[in-house]
Design a binder for this molecule. Sequence first.
Ligand code: GDP
Ligand code: IMO
Ligand code: MG
Length: 426
Amino acid sequence: MPTLVIEGSQWGDEGKGKITDYYAQIADVVVRSQGGNNAGHTITINNEKFALRSIPSGIFNPHIKNILASGMVINPKQMLEELHGLEARGITKYNLYISNRAHVVLPYHELLDGAYEKYKGDHKIGTTKRGIGPSYSDKANRIGIRMGTFIDEEDFKESLSETLKIKNAELKMLGLEELDLNTIFDEYKIYAKEIKRYVCDTSLLIEEEIERGSKILFEGAQGVMLCLDHGTYPYVTSSSPTGSAVPLNCGIAPSYINNILGICKSYTTRVGEGPFPTEIESDIASYIRERGHEYGTVTKRPRRVGWLDCVELNYARRVSGINYLSLMLLDVLTGLDEIKICYKYEIDGKEIDYMPATIKELNKVKPVYLSLKGWDEDISNVKSFDKLPENAKMYVRKIEELTKASVALISVGPDRSQTIKIKEIF
Ligand code: GDP
Ligand code: IMO
Ligand code: MG
């Protein structure tokens, strides 16, 4: 199968970076299709840890074409810092392509992100404050600046001057200082000059690669439940991280997508505000948080922790086209006597097996759990499904039954080598 979508099937941070890097060993192209530097993808190669934000996880392989597609919002300053940081660590041979239709994140986007959060007070979303929402809003409002414009000095200055009139009015309204056109222009034109060499029509490039028979990975950011359309709105991000949105975000035909792999933790986590039906706050949550190092890659916030929610996963499968799952961090559950899986919700005394749409209902649902026995064996070096403890195997089979998706990979540690392949899907 020449194409594979790697998609977060929960609330983000499922381990998409690790799995993209795993498959990147046999891929020719890795494409980031949406989001921006709100993402934090951790990759561990021979005990060396990298945290990628805007750059695709294929960057470590010199033969891979790494593409930032048109659905992304890119902060040029941060992206160049990330690139220079990688170069300083010896990653000097890489191929990078940036869509001329991707949007540029500018200083007013970050300022507005912070200001909106402040104004929302108790109703804040808990964003990463990287300007993602304001940048996608400008795109929808048709006042965004795209890469193709950004790298043309004259065009950039003209667009920035027009946009800044509106943005300064907005900043002033929110009690912030207005920004100076020339200060931004003089700083950002330098970034634009450096970025120019990477900018091209990535839709054309991806089609050429598909026609050539290249193996292409689409690296999702965030997760289905953070999707602007299908997530726990308004506690979501401002793009669509679903597999079904990949063709739109990349400018390619839907028929080019072969498999969609939902990356899913063996439990659930969430950073930021919003409903989380299976959230737990007991000692078990602390046990999982510490064993799984559940602290945000971008903001370092402790992640909220809960049991695996198969109502949510089944919903994610349905709305985004997941056909396989990669079950992550199974090693973290080692040592628990009992492991719970949510298979239904109860709301107002009624049992349901779907995700309600409103926050009011989501805040009311009570998870209904199945209880399974845990295991004590260290599984972090297990290389095949057969060698897993019987109770771990039962856990995996139960998840397949409840989500209607088949498990293609199991991850038992952060390193590339700590991955059990069950099915060949790429
Ligand atoms: P992403 O945003 O989906 O790429 O995920 P993050 O990188 O934000 O968070 C996943 C975390 O889990 C990272 O620290 C990974 O190194 C780590 N990780 C991934 N897979 C495993 C696993 O199977 N076991 C353990 N213990 N850690 C893992
Ligand atoms: P990766 O790709 C986890 C969350 C934020 C917040 C909400 C909106 O590493 O899985 P935003 O800054 O996007 O406007 O924030 O979305 N969020 C993520 N949570 N992992 C991510 O990315 C996230 N990107 C955004 O915490 O709740
Ligand atoms: Mg992350």
